[in-house]
Design a protein around this ligand. Structure first.
Ligand SMILES: Cc1cc2nc3c(=O)[nH]c(=O)nc-3n(C[C@H](O)[C@H](O)[C@H](O)COP(=O)(O)OP(=O)(O)OC[C@H]3O[C@@H](n4cnc5c(N)ncnc54)[C@H](O)[C@@H]3O)c2cc1C
Length: 388
């Protein structure tokens, strides 16, 4: 039986970054993953020479210089800047809401004109609520109308949000939208962060770099392994592919599964991807196009090559790959993507977290084990701040 300091369950960004740091610190690590490949949701599949983000489009963004330098030391990042476009019934609008959007919506040319239009529509919404004897927005629709007015809401928010949540905006709570920032400048850069990009050569390069020199085994589900803990809390974990004695377990799988679903299952929202190879070099001219009307069944179309090729280089490959994204209710067997932050799930998750706190020699980390949505950069930041 081989001895390890850490058995890391899950080779996603949390597990891989943890393994990298532990390996650098001279610790012995084994990383296992139930999928056939490493990398968790960052994994990209090469289709027609294009890196396809198989588990959803991933754009790295951060203002944390330490995190940015860390990932760039593993692999250099390109200059991709996320600037999605919205398609509402065939008309195109720039996102996030900025002077380009307002010029497209209303033909306005100056920030002053845009602001006056926004204020007029916000006022209209507040007055309508007042006339109904309401002082605070009762649902997401009222909240959005008072924050941004009816034109932006109806064309760019309503249909998209209803598809995302599978519910009418009038049935969704107001708190989901706390702020709707508008930019009174011509700037389509979606993120406000100082740094953003995609690893040159794709995310698999980042994962390969993090896991260089670390023992890894794919196609092994931790829960199919024979497991026991001795009096000191040390683990023995066995499968037909490995036998490990380890001091600490780093667990990045689902929180409820670790505790055998004893308080019931935690719920998720998921996304179904319909991926297609197109016989054209440039299908939509942008990596991300959101379909903001209610009639189009998908929320977004991703054209993967635009994450990594720019300008004329787009035409060097005569083909392209697109993925249509359908926001879907999660059922067993589907990928658990977004935690559902309602009262029932939050309180169930809290009970599981309390069990986790008392587990000896187990570190629970990452989006599944914490039942919490994290972007990639905060995951890296968390691991960089851990004592390993
Ligand atoms: C659709 C989508 C789009 C996203 N886009 C962005 C974006 O643009 N920018 C951004 O910053 N962040 C984005 N994120 C967030 C990003 O995916 C996460 O921050 C990141 O994946 C977290 O890494 P992780 O290691 O916690 O989880 P994961 O990547 O999910 O890794 C967990 C790993 O554990 C393995 N595992 C689970 N259970 C077991 C088991 N029982 N036995 C063995 N292995 C197991 C899984 O197979 C998986 O490989 C997005 C997330 C989603 C869902």
């Amino acid at each position: 039986m081989k001895k390890y300091d850490y058995l890391i369950v899950g080779s996603g960004l949390f597990g891989a970054t943890f393994a990298y740091r532990a390996h650098k610190a001279g610790k012995r690590c084994l990383v296992i993953d139930k999928r056939a490949q490493l990398g968790g949701n960052l994994y990209c599949e090469n289709v027609e020479g294009i890196n396809v983000h198989k588990y959803g489009a991933h754009i790295f963004h951060t203002s944390n210089k330490q995190v940015w330098n860390f990932v760039n030391d593993i692999v250099e990042f390109n200059r991709y800047t996320n600037s999605p476009v919205a398609n509402f019934k065939g008309s195109l609008y720039n996102l996030p809401f900025n002077m380009n959007t307002f010029a497209e919506l209303w033909g306005v040319k100056t920030p002053e004109e845009a602001l006056s239009k926004l204020d007029e529509q916000r006022k209209e919404a507040v007055e309508k609520m007042k006339a109904e004897g309401v002082s605070e927005p009762r649902n997401l629709e009222e909240q959005a109308l008072t924050l941004i007015g009816k034109d932006v809401y109806e064309k760019l928010i309503k249909g998209y949000t209803e598809k995302q949540w599978g519910r009418k905006c009038t049935d969704l709570p107001a708190f989901i939208i706390k702020r709707l920032p508008v930019r009174l400048v011509f700037d389509n850069n979606y993120f406000n962060d100082s740094y953003q990009g995609i690893p040159i050569g794709g995310y698999n390069k980042l994962i390969d770099g993090l896991l260089e020199g670390v023992e890894t085994i794919t196609g092994v589900d931790f829960f199919d392994c024979e497991r026991s803990q001795d009096a000191q809390g040390e683990w023995e974990v066995k499968s037909d592919k490995f036998e490990a004695h380890c001091t600490q377990l780093v667990y990045t799988g689902q929180l409820d599964e670790f505790f055998d679903y004893q308080f019931g299952k935690l719920n998720f929202r998921t996304v179904r991807f319909e991926t297609e190879v197109k016989d054209t070099a440039n299908y939509q001219g942008n990596a991300v196009v959101n379909y903001t009307d209610a009639e189009t069944p998908y929320t977004r179309v991703i054209e993967h090559k635009h994450f990594e090729s720019f300008g004329q280089a787009v035409y060097e490959n005569p083909k392209t790959v697109i993925s249509r994204e359908y926001s879907t209710e999660w059922k067993d067997g589907m990928e658990p993507y977004y935690p559902v932050n309602d009262e029932e799930n939050n309180s169930k998750a809290e009970r599981y977290r309390n069990l986790a706190k008392n587990c000896k020699n187990v570190i629970f980390g990452g989006r599944l084990a914490e039942y919490k949505y994290y972007d990639m950069a905060p995951i890296v930041e968390q691991v960089l701040n851990m004592d390993i």
